[in-house]
Design a protein around this ligand. Structure first.
Ligand code: RIB
Length: 303
């Protein structure tokens, strides 16, 4: 059984590219505008499916032009949509994304229909989780649904990955539900309530997270690569050396998580799975858009 189930959110990303991300109270004239598919869970599902993962996405959308965009994308990329609930009365979510000339971003997500996911929806889709080796989720769905999904996945003996984005509180008791925890530096700082500045801080942060009961911690560090730690080993991995310039980092974390899930589903050794995920994340930054920037397996040889 190699399947991956992903619980999360789909939104339409309204992206505005300009020289800078406007500061509070400021108006700037932008350079480019695109509307494309986004939402962390959905981006991760696309990333995994394009890398030949067998992926089911669990979410809730409305019945509008944005959900139509989602279903077209899932069809093209081969994501199983049997666990997507379509609610006629709700609207599909949107995100406003500001992108600067160096590819940095600032994002405001309104999850829309997915905000109305409830634990019962997970129960109704339990067969999907039951048939999965890996369960991957983030923090864009309501907290109680995220945690319920992790509990159910644990009961079904799935390998669980929590990408804690955006960072929100988690009850200390629930950290034990997580096999792999994949915060970026800012998110790790949130869970420890401490600044991370040095290499030593990163090691210390991972250690503190392990003490909470998480089994494996992966702190993603952008262009500095990643740090992995569990109770037996720990190491840094450099970021993938890109042959093309960075255009847009939106969705790089999603590319990483989706690819990592595929690596685990394919029984790769941890270092191999992380190296693969690092490469996929790097490649995604060389293209504009979130889901649109997820590479297909056949593209990886060109980078
Ligand atoms: O991780 C990037 C994603 O975060 C964007 O696609 C946006 O929709 C937000 O969910």
């Amino acid at each position: 059984m190699k399947s991956i189930s992903i619980l999360g959110v789909f939104v339409a990303d309204l992206c505005f590219v300009g020289d800078k991300i406007p500061s509070k109270g400021q108006t700037i004239l932008g350079k480019k505008h695109i509307v494309g598919p986004g939402g962390k869970g959905s981006n991760q599902a696309i990333a995994a499916a394009r890398l030949n993962g067998e992926v089911s996405f669990i979410t809730k959308v409305g019945n509008d032009s944005h959900s139509e965009m989602a279903f077209n994308l899932y069809k093209e990329s081969g994501v199983n949509t049997n666990s997507i609930i379509q609610d006629e009365k709700l609207f599909t979510g949107v995100a406003g994304i500001m992108i600067d000339k160096d590819g940095n971003n600032a994002i405001n997500v309104v999850s829309g229909a997915a905000e109305h996911l409830v634990a019962e929806d997970i129960d109704n889709k339990i067969e999907t989780i039951k048939n999965s080796k890996i369960f991957l989720t983030q923090m864009e769905t309501p907290d109680e649904v995220t945690i319920y999904g992790l509990k159910k996945a644990n009961e079904q003996k799935c390998i669980t990955i929590l990408n804690p984005a955006p960072a929100r509180s988690i009850d200390e008791d629930n950290f034990k539900l997580i096999d792999y925890f994949t915060p970026n530096e800012t998110e790790a700082e949130f869970y420890l309530n401490k600044k991370i500045e040095t290499t030593e801080d990163i090691r210390h942060a991972a250690n503190e997270l392990l003490k909470k009961g998480i089994k494996n911690v992966i702190i993603t560090l952008g262009e500095k690569g990643i740090f992995f730690a569990n109770r037996k080993e720990n190491f840094f991995l450099d970021a993938y050396k890109l042959k093309k310039p960075v255009i847009d980092t939106t969705g790089a974390g999603d590319a990483f998580n989706g690819a990592f899930a595929v690596g685990l589903a394919n029984d790769l050794e941890i270092k191999e799975a992380l190296t693969f995920a690092n490469k996929v994340a790097g490649i995604s930054t060389t293209k504009l858009g979130a889901a649109a920037s997820m590479p297909f397996a056949k593209e990886l040889v060109n980078y």
